[in-house]
Design a protein around this ligand. Structure first.
Ligand code: ADP
Ligand code: MG
Length: 617
């Protein structure tokens, strides 16, 4: 048999390698920014068009390249950063594999302009499909500009695999954040489709965090510093009360390189234990410095994971120093022997005789309920005044005469006075009711074949979900105009997310008057939402979007509707009048799919007489 093994041509090998290095435009952003940092730039500008699909450009004022180096830089395994295998154990640069430029040049149109301090003129190279198509001299200042155009132009499958512009832009901003946070002394500018997104002057780390995440961040930060023989820790944690629903602001840097470490993340979580509410995530910006010899950054191609020699000690030390900081800044309860004058008893109280404090007991409180107790909102009551026309579900009730089937209320023992109270109250007004509420959670109603038990929260989610979806597609939601527009602060990434779904939100009744750097102004809100809830509703939405990374179109609307429905639905714990209960049932059965919630849980169950009868046999 003839020999069949061949060496792959370079451009094919490069394309294969590119698959590892470049997954999406954000990967190009990361590689180019890191190269600029390795070139000791003090000012770096990132220019993006169409979420990086059309253009990613990085302009730096670093050391530049000679003409020979400029050509060589696109060869595979061409690097100026290591010379021998030993160097691998002492890496102080971001890159060292010499793969990035070769990979990028294999899957995009690349243009490089570069000049060193010493040379009079610079080099201008154009590369397409790994081939140099043009090389000229160019007059330019010291530094390098690399433009990467039409990413994946020759791999349509990869290009089609890219997510919506909103999602890809978010990935780019995430990378930009990581690099900009790791190097606060370098000036960074980012332009997206011609408009400035970030303008970060050279500063210290605290100022950098504030410049990225908004001025309100300043008062939320607690410094962390600690130094031992194996590791030096510096940075900030976010005060527990500002823990967020989305996991966004969590950053570990090791030797100024952003890393992901579930293990160290857990160290922070355990330091925050008991201080943050369930379902929220503490924020942190922590910079670890270790001996480069004690880590292995080579275990992952995109280099966000590293291996420490002494992981356990770093864990213990990180946990202790975060705990210490939270304690020192009186975030966690600590003993403080210094007398605080604010705590002194004012003298006129000294002679007062003590009064027994009154205790209010919430008898309806159920510690096993997972959802927060909340009364139904007035806005819901408003919606109640418009019951939909009778629907086929009412057939279930046919043959039920209210007099003979009336529940014997007196014989039921209620745990909660609140429930009993509201029951009798409304019963006076409307004696023929066929529903009652159990534990402020379920609505129970007898039907022809037995009885039906409806989960009020899940049922209302279904109702709102279908309504919101309809509004988004039919575009007819009513908006309540705010007399005084609401100004809300968000991080820049979150604002990008809101912008990307602005149109859909407007169809549900939101009105946005201005978008600023880290603030938006809202001048209209859906009729069913209270002004005070808006921030929560949007935060929840952003968090849901972050967790699901929806693609454009249908699924994004679906996610939006699910998220809003979840935020706005009547909560477990809300007591409902008979009228409200009946209206909810009407609305539920007017739905296309009344029996399941938007998140695929049952909204109701029926108990047949035969089921009941079996219980008594
Ligand atoms: P690596 O960064 O792993 O060395 P790259 O493919 O990213 O590999 O870059 C190859 C080489 O090109 C680098 O080692 C460096 O010498 C040079 N280079 C790349 N970008 C720049 C830049 N912005 N300024 C100066 N030199 C650069
Ligand atoms: Mg590199």
């Amino acid at each position: 048999m003839a020999d069949i093994i061949q060496l792959l041509p370079d451009h094919v090998a490069n394309q294969i390698a590119a698959g590892e290095v470049v997954q999406r435009p954000a990967s190009v952003v990361k590689e180019l920014l890191e190269n600029a940092i390795d070139a000791k730039a003090t000012s770096i500008k990132l220019v993006i068009k169409d979420a990086g699909k059309t253009l990613v450009q990085v302009i730096d004022n670093g050391m530049g390249m000679s003409t020979t180096d400029a050509r060589l830089s696109f060869e595979r395994h061409a690097t100026s950063k290591i010379r021998s295998a030993e160097d691998l154990f002492n890496i102080h640069t971001k890159g060292f594999r010499g793969e990035a430029l070769a990979s990028i040049a294999a899957i995009a149109h690349v243009e490089l302009k570069t000049k060193t301090e010493m040379l009079e003129v610079g080099t201008h190279i154009i590369i397409e499909g790994s081939k140099v198509t043009s090389q000229e001299s160019v007059v330019m200042p010291k530094g390098t500009t690399i433009s990467v155009k039409n990413l994946f132009y020759n791999i349509p499958a990869r290009r089609n695999f890219l997510k919506s512009n909103a999602v890809e832009t978010r990935h780019i901003i995430d990378e930009f954040h990581r690099v900009a946070l790791a190097h606060p002394q370098i000036e960074f500018v980012m332009l997206n489709n011609g408009s400035s997104v970030f303008n970060l002057p050279s500063s210290n780390i605290r100022q950098r965090i504030v410049n990225i995440f908004g001025k309100k961040t300043k008062e939320k930060l607690v410094p962390v510093t600690e130094e031992t023989e194996i590791v030096k820790v510096e940075g900030f944690v976010v005060k527990p009360e500002y823990a967020k629903k989305s996991r966004g602001e969590q950053f570990f840097f090791v030797n100024n390189r952003f890393i992901k470490s579930p293990y160290l993340h857990y160290a922070i979580l355990s330091a925050f234990e008991g201080l943050v509410k369930g379902g929220t995530h503490p924020g942190y910006f922590l910079f670890l410095e270790v001996n480069p010899k004690s880590i292995d950054i080579n275990i992952h191609p995109t280099k966000t994971e590293i291996k420490f020699d002494d992981e356990h000690s770093i864990y213990a030390m990180l946990r202790a120093s975060v705990k210490h900081s939270l304690g020192q800044f009186s975030i966690a309860p600590v003993l403080d022997f210094k007398k605080d004058s604010d705590l002194d008893t004012p003298y006129e109280y000294d002679k007062k005789s003590p009064v027994t404090p009154t205790i209010e007991v919430d008898r309806a409180f159920n510690p096993f309920e997972s959802e927060t107790k909340q009364r139904s909102t007035p806005s819901y009551r408003k919606m109640v005044s418009n019951p939909s026309s009778s629907t086929s579900w009412e057939a279930m009730y046919v043959g039920l005469k209210s007099e003979e089937n009336q529940l014997d209320v007196a014989s039921i023992e209620f745990e909660s006075e609140e429930v009993t109270g509201s029951f009798f109250e409304t019963e006076d007004e409307k004696p023929n009711n066929l529903t009652f509420q159990l534990q402020n959670k379920y609505i129970i109603s007898p039907i022809k074949s037995g009885m039906i038990v409806i989960h009020q929260n899940l049922a209302h989610q279904r109702v709102l979900y279908e309504n919101i979806l309809k509004n988004i597609t039919v575009k007819e939601a009513i908006s309540q105009q705010l007399l005084f527009p609401l100004r809300l602060q968000f991080s820049l990434v979150d604002i990008e997310i809101i912008k990307s779904i602005q149109e859909q939100l407007e169809h549900t009744g939101f009105g946005f008057s201005t978008f600023e750097k880290d603030e938006i102004e809202i001048n209209g809100i859906p009729v069913s939402v209270k002004q005070s809830e808006i921030k929560n509703v949007l935060d929840q939405l952003i968090s849901d979007i972050n967790n699901e990374l929806p693609e454009a179109g249908f699924s994004q609307n679906d996610l939006l509707a699910k998220s809003l429905a979840k935020s706005l639905a009547i909560k477990t714990g809300a007591s409902l009048t008979i009228e409200e209960q009946e209206h909810l049932i009407h609305q539920l059965f007017a739905c296309k799919e009344p029996t399941i919630s938007p998140t695929n849980k049952p909204t109701l169950m029926t108990l047949d007489m035969s089921d009941l009868d079996k219980k008594f046999n």
